[in-house]
Design a protein around this ligand. Structure first.
Ligand SMILES: Cc1cc2nc3c(=O)[nH]c(=O)nc-3n(C[C@H](O)[C@H](O)[C@H](O)COP(=O)(O)OP(=O)(O)OC[C@H]3O[C@@H](n4cnc5c(N)ncnc54)[C@H](O)[C@@H]3O)c2cc1C
Ligand code: FES
Length: 276
């Protein structure tokens, strides 16, 4: 831990890179002295940058209960992310943060039954919460995870899900993929429909993250099942520049996603942005 000033870029060394899906890699990052670059809470993000290339906001996907490193799961989609995907272990990036609020794991979520609903790379911020909850298991009630992607190969963190989450007592994992695929005998269908089919008990607090269309239909489905907006949290990935409420790039109504979010309870939002 080097400084509390979130505007100062710090150095990070990439110590491990794993190819999670055809277009997602997970990067493990430590400070040059070998420790963590900074501490965070589940749901918070960091600005990663490559000098001369660009910078972008990414969820910290590792849990703060991990005291050795931070991890980022990054989908290749443009200039910066393509650059990051070409990196090798041992190379340096700069990193500033942590930014944004966190899921209220130590307050509102404590003692609650939790339902996690994720689509695609949307698992990245929820993985941090899921592993935080697993490491503090007695503080929470039942845990159910509904996660889907286009195909089996596009399920991020598949190995961890199969080897660890599915072997945890008291955690139910429901996976789905969009279309049938050879070698897949699990559920097939979109995440929002699967949530409705599973008909989860309305005594849970829900954490949702995924593409805008998935969030929109999941929220509608949850309401049909009898959930209130006050029971559902999400994290929004609007385009950001400064990350600290200065540039006005990331507003939803009178809220700035970077400053007031990215984690919101649905009743706090009022309306969703146009792309939802
Ligand atoms: C709070 C927050 C958390 C995020 N967490 C993650 C994460 O954990 N993993 C991850 O892979 N990405 C995450 N993102 C998105 C990530 O910041 C962008 O994908 C990245 O900055 C794109 O950089 P680029 O230079 O490669 O792409 P660009 O060249 O800038 O753009 C390439 C394409 O991606 C689109 N794009 C760029 N930024 C965004 C965005 N914010 N949302 C949607 N589309 C975008 C562009 O419209 C374009 O089509 C997060 C964004 C925010 C705001
Ligand atoms: S990113 Fe600049 S105000 Fe939110």
């Amino acid at each position: 831990m080097n400084t509390n000033d979130t505007l100062i870029p710090l150095l990070g060394i990439v110590t491990d890179i794993r190819q999670d899906t055809p277009d997602v890699k997970t990067f493990r990052v430590v400070a040059p002295d070998g420790g963590k670059v900074f501490e965070h809470m589940p749901g918070q993000c960091a600005m990663l940058s490559i000098p001369g290339v660009g910078e972008g906001m990414f969820s910290i996907t590792s849990s703060p209960t991990n005291k050795e490193f931070m991890e980022f799961s990054i989908k290749k989609c443009g200039c910066l992310t393509t650059w990051l995907h070409q990196m090798d272990v041992g190379q340096m990036i700069t990193i500033r943060g942590p930014y944004g609020n966190a899921f209220p794991v130590e307050t509102e979520l404590k003692g609650k039954n939790l339902l996690f609903v994720a689509g695609g790379i949307g698992l990245a911020p929820l993985r941090s919460v899921i592993n935080y909850v697993r490491d503090n298991r007695s503080n929470y009630g039942s845990v159910r995870i509904v996660y889907g992607s286009r195909s089996k190969d596009d399920l991020v963190d598949y190995k961890e899900i199969i080897d660890e989450w599915m072997n945890d007592e008291g955690i139910e994992v429901n996976l789905t993929i969009d279309n049938p695929q050879d070698g897949w005998d699990g559920h097939v269908g979109f995440v929002p429909n699967y949530v409705k089919e599973l008909n989860p008990s309305t005594d849970s607090t829900v954490l949702v993250c995924g593409p805008p269309v998935m969030i929109k239909f999941t929220l509608a489905g949850l309401k049909e099942l009898g959930f209130e907006e006050t029971q559902v949290y999400t994290t929004m990935e609007l385009r950001m520049k400064c990350g600290v409420g200065k540039c006005g790039r990331c507003n939803i109504g009178n809220k700035y996603v970077c400053k007031d979010g990215p984690v919101f309870r649905f009743d706090e939002l009022g309306e969703l942005p146009d792309e939802y």
